[in-house]
Every structure is written in structure tokens, then in C-alpha cells.
Design a protein around this ligand. Structure first.
Ligand SMILES: Cc1cc2nc3c(=O)[nH]c(=O)nc-3n(C[C@H](O)[C@H](O)[C@H](O)COP(=O)(O)OP(=O)(O)OC[C@H]3O[C@@H](n4cnc5c(N)ncnc54)[C@H](O)[C@@H]3O)c2cc1C
Length: 443
């Protein structure tokens, strides 16, 4: 048996080392490029899941594979950095359960690893009577979801918590916080390596096929010279989760539609203006929370994100256009139905993206004292939003696999939708994924 492994290991072409920022990154710390478990996708969900699997099964040989030259290069490294408390989500949904559990786990992880975090607290502010029923509905959801210590406050209560906020009624959530999820992901990967896992960077998975080694039957390749073999595979590919799922025979639906979220910065001399997170009452038609005010752990204040269609899956700017990805979106029946239904909303969002003062008007509705002169353009992130063929925006986490569909399909589990608050929930999602891997693959 050992001889078979060795002969196959030799057939797998070795990966060349990469040099990133002047540092030599060894692509594999293992002699043989075959693994019990391969996790594709080095965002926070893939990294947390790989770490959890290794924590539970320290003898497994595990690899984490990422297409970029660093971990957390996409959603996990380009977000608001908020540790959500779990108010918004439908009671009983995975989002609700995993966020509430994930918050405690995230604070504990940050504390243990010395990662900067702050329990800054958050106000959701209603600014007019029409928003109050929705605010009360959110409060009710928060109670049902078991969010700790939230309370309703009137305009006087809002003023006491944050004099900048203009609301007439609000929800105060003292346990909402902030951190830096890129740093969290880096610590997760550090743990993986310390537990004997192997990391691959610059390895874009383009193909799953059956290997001729019965012990490690799934061949994972970049479609060129690089491949490794695995017994079981987990994919957590964010903006590419649908196309990667198709590689193992799963349906192209739900499709990922990329929505860019653009941020503005308050100028550095205004960084002390506000110490807490302030959110508007969100539009119930969309899974986005609305442009909000967030202090960062680095001492800045960000305003955003808005939500505009990105012109490519990794479209961080208007100029990032990928014609074939864009045609794929525009030709998708689900997207066309959504676009027809919400044309006016979409156009308004585009206008706000292109004309910054319009964006600031929206913020001035619930925040005092923010002016155009106090603002500079900030970073952006792209949300992987799963959409069904009928145009429904899928809000909850989605997993997919094809048990009984042949050697490859039955050994691959895909995490197809891990939207916000996916970073907050990541350590809880990881526990659920590890349970799934154990029961489906008898790890
Ligand atoms: C603008 C914005 C704001 C947000 N704010 C918050 C917030 O405040 N709080 C919160 O909890 N959540 C927030 N989220 C959501 C959160 O960031 C995501 O839920 C979370 O990061 C998802 O992690 P992931 O690992 O699934 O995806 P990603 O971080 O996108 O990771 C997927 C990885 O897979 C890799 N990959 C893709 N295809 C391949 C391939 N073929 N081969 C190898 N690797 C591949 C990618 O390069 C990427 O690194 C926000 C998201 C955005 C975009």
C-alpha cells in the first residue's frame, strides 16, 4: 500500500515555490501531495473549517488551497469588520443561530490570540414613524434569536448613548463589536500549519477528476501542471462558489451575483467623532443592512457599504470589468427578474456610487455633523450574493454535495453561500461544517 502511495506521489507534479513580497512561500510542507482532506478557499470560512477539522482529527493530513498569494484576499479581508450580535436574521435560520454562537466564539478567539477587537456597541436608529414597525420587528427578532441585553431606546436614550445620532427610536445592542477579519484569518491559518496542515497559495482549482489512487481518489488540479490528491474535499470559494460546485457535478444554481460595497472614510481628524456602530433601519426587501457608520480597530471611521452590481466577480472598482462574467450575470434569468423589479432602486444606488454627496445625504438622515468636506474615498468589498433562478436573493447559508454521484461528486462538499454575518459566524459555521464532514464522509 505504501508503495502505491509513493508511486502516485511521484506522478503528481511538484508545485514550484512562490515569492511573495520577497518571502519564499513553500507550497507544501509534506513529502507526498496526497491528503485525507483538502479545503479549497482560504477565506475565513475555509480557514476556520480546516482548523476545526484538524482540531477534532489531529491525525488527518489536511491541505488548504487558495488561488491568491495571500489568505483572506476577498470578502474576508474586505468587509466592515463588525462582530454582529444576531438581531436581523429570521428566527430559527442558520444565520440567526450561527451568528449568536459565532459572536461568543469570535470574542474568545480574538482574546486568546491577542487580535485587536472592541465591544463598541451598536444603535439601529429609526428616523421617521414609518420605520418604527420594522424596528420593532427587528427587536422582536433579536429577542427570539437570544441576542443578549438588547433594549429599545427613545430619542433621549439615543442622545445619551451617541449624541451624533438623530433617531426617534432605536435598538441598543451593547455586545456588537469590531475586529479585523483579515488578521483573524491569518491566525486561523497559523493554527492550521501548527497542527500539521499544509497551505498552498497561488493554486486556483480548475478541475476535479478521479485519480488512479484508490486511497486518495479525488484529483484536484489547476488545469495546468499542478495537482494534488485527496480522499475528501470541502470547498468554501465565496465569489466563485457556484462555478467551483459545477466542477464536481453540482447545479450552477444558485448563481453568485457579485454586489460591490463601497466605503467612504471620515478624514483622520474626524476619527474621534463617533465611538459606536450606527445603523439605519434596513430595507426589508434586500439582505443588505444599509450604509452604516463603523469605527475600525485601527482608529478610523468608515461609512458604508452601499450595494451596486459589480461588473466582475472581483470587481472592486467600476473599471474592473470581466465581459464573460458580466454576460453570465446579465443573461441569468434570476438577475433579469430582480433588475426589472428594482430598476429604480438599482439606478439610485449607481447614482450614489458615482456622486458621493448623494451618498452623504443618506447618512445625514441619521447622523449629525457629517459634511462632504469631512469625507475621503475608502476601500470596497464585493459580496458573493447567491441568487435563485427566479430572482430570489438567498439569505441563508447553503451547502451542496452529490452523495451517490460517483467517486468525485460524492466526496466533495461545497459551502455555496456564506453571506454576512459570515465572518462573525465563521467559527460556528466551521463546527457545523466539521459535523457535516464527519457524518457525510465518516472522518
Ligand atoms: C462589503 C462587505 C461587508 C461585510 N461586512 C461584514 C461584517 O461586518 N461582519 C460579518 O460578519 N460579515 C461581513 N461580511 C461578510 C463576510 O465578509 C463573508 O461572509 C465572509 O468573509 C465569507 O467568507 P468566505 O471564506 O466564505 O469567502 P471569501 O473570503 O471570499 O473566501 C473565498 C476564498 O476562496 C478563494 N477561491 C475562490 N475560488 C477558488 C479556486 N477555484 N481555487 C482556490 N481558491 C479559490 C478566493 O480567492 C477566496 O480567498 C461582509 C462582506 C462584504 C463583501
Amino acid at each position: 500500500m505504501e508503495i502505491t502511495k509513493i508511486s502516485n506521489a511521484i506522478r503528481f507534479k511538484p508545485l514550484l515555490p512562490a515569492i511573495v513580497n520577497g518571502i519564499l512561500i513553500k507550497r507544501s510542507s509534506s513529502n507526498s501531495q496526497s491528503y485525507d482532506v483538502a479545503v479549497v478557499g482560504g477565506g475565513i470560512v475555509g480557514s476556520a473549517s480546516a482548523r476545526e477539522i484538524l482540531k477534532r482529527h489531529p491525525n488527518l493530513k489536511l491541505a488548504i488551497i487558495e488561488k491568491e498569494d495571500s489568505f483572506a484576499a476577498h470578502q474576508s479581508g474586505n468587509n466592515s469588520g463588525v462582530i454582529h450580535a444576531g438581531i436581523y436574521y429570521k428566527p430559527g435560520s442558520l444565520k440567526a443561530k450561527l451568528c449568536v454562537k459565532g459572536l461568543d466564539l469570535m470574542y474568545k478567539f480574538c482574546e486568546e490570540k491577542g487580535i485587536k477587537y472592541k465591544k463598541s456597541g451598536k444603535l439601529i436608529a429609526a428616523t421617521c414613524q414609518q420605520e418604527i414597525p420594522r424596528l420593532l420587528e427587528l427587536y422582536d427578532r433579536g429577542q427570539k434569536n437570544g441576542v443578549k441585553d438588547i433594549k429599545l431606546v427613545d430619542s433621549k436614550g439615543i442622545q445619551e448613548i451617541e449624541p451624533l445620532c438623530k433617531g426617534i427610536k432605536g435598538i441598543w445592542s451593547p455586545h456588537t463589536g469590531i475586529t479585523n477579519y483579515r488578521e483573524v484569518t491569518q491566525h486561523l491559518v497559523k493554527d492550521i500549519v501548527q497542527c500539521g496542515g499544509t497551505k498552498y497559495l497561488n493554486f486556483e482549482v480548475k478541475k476535479f477528476s478521479e485519480s488512479d489512487n484508490p486511497d486518495f481518489p479525488v484529483n484536484i488540479s489547476d488545469g495546468k501542471n499542478n495537482s494534488i490528491a485527496a480522499k475528501y474535499v470541502l470547498t468554501c470559494c465565496g465569489l466563485h462558489s457556484d462555478t467551483v460546485a459545477v466542477l464536481s457535478g453540482c447545479s450552477p444554481n444558485p448563481k453568485i451575483i457579485p454586489f460591490r460595497g463601497e466605503y467612504l472614510y471620515l478624514k483622520e481628524n474626524k476619527s474621534n467623532m463617533c465611538k459606536i456602530n450606527i445603523y439605519p433601519v434596513p430595507d426589508p426587501r434586500f439582505p443588505f443592512l444599509g450604509v452604516h457608520v463603523t469605527p475600525t480597530v485601527d482608529g478610523r471611521i468608515i461609512l458604508g457599504p452601499n450595494a451596486v452590481l459589480a461588473l466582475s466577480r472581483e470587481g472592486y472598482r467600476w473599471t474592473d470589468v470581466n465581459v464573460s462574467e458580466l454576460m453570465g450575470i446579465l443573461n441569468y434569468s434570476g438577475f433579469r427578474q430582480l433588475a426589472m423589479k428594482y430598476t429604480a432602486f438599482g439606478l439610485k444606488e449607481i447614482a450614489k456610487s458615482l456622486i458621493t454627496p448623494l451618498q452623504i445625504n443618506g447618512i445625514q438622515r441619521f447622523i449629525k455633523g457629517i459634511h462632504y468636506k469631512d469625507i475621503e474615498i475608502g476601500p470596497s468589498g464585493v459580496r458573493a450574493q447567491a441568487m435563485a433562478e427566479d430572482g430570489t436573493l438567498i439569505e441563508d447559508f447553503v451547502f451542496d454535495s452529490q452523495p451517490g454521484s460517483g467517486t468525485v461528486g460524492s466526496r466533495v462538499l461545497h459551502c455555496r453561500n456564506a453571506p454576512s454575518p459570515g465572518a462573525t459566524s465563521s467559527l460556528a459555521i466551521a463546527m457545523m461544517i466539521a459535523d457535516k464532514m464527519e457524518s457525510q464522509f465518516k472522518l
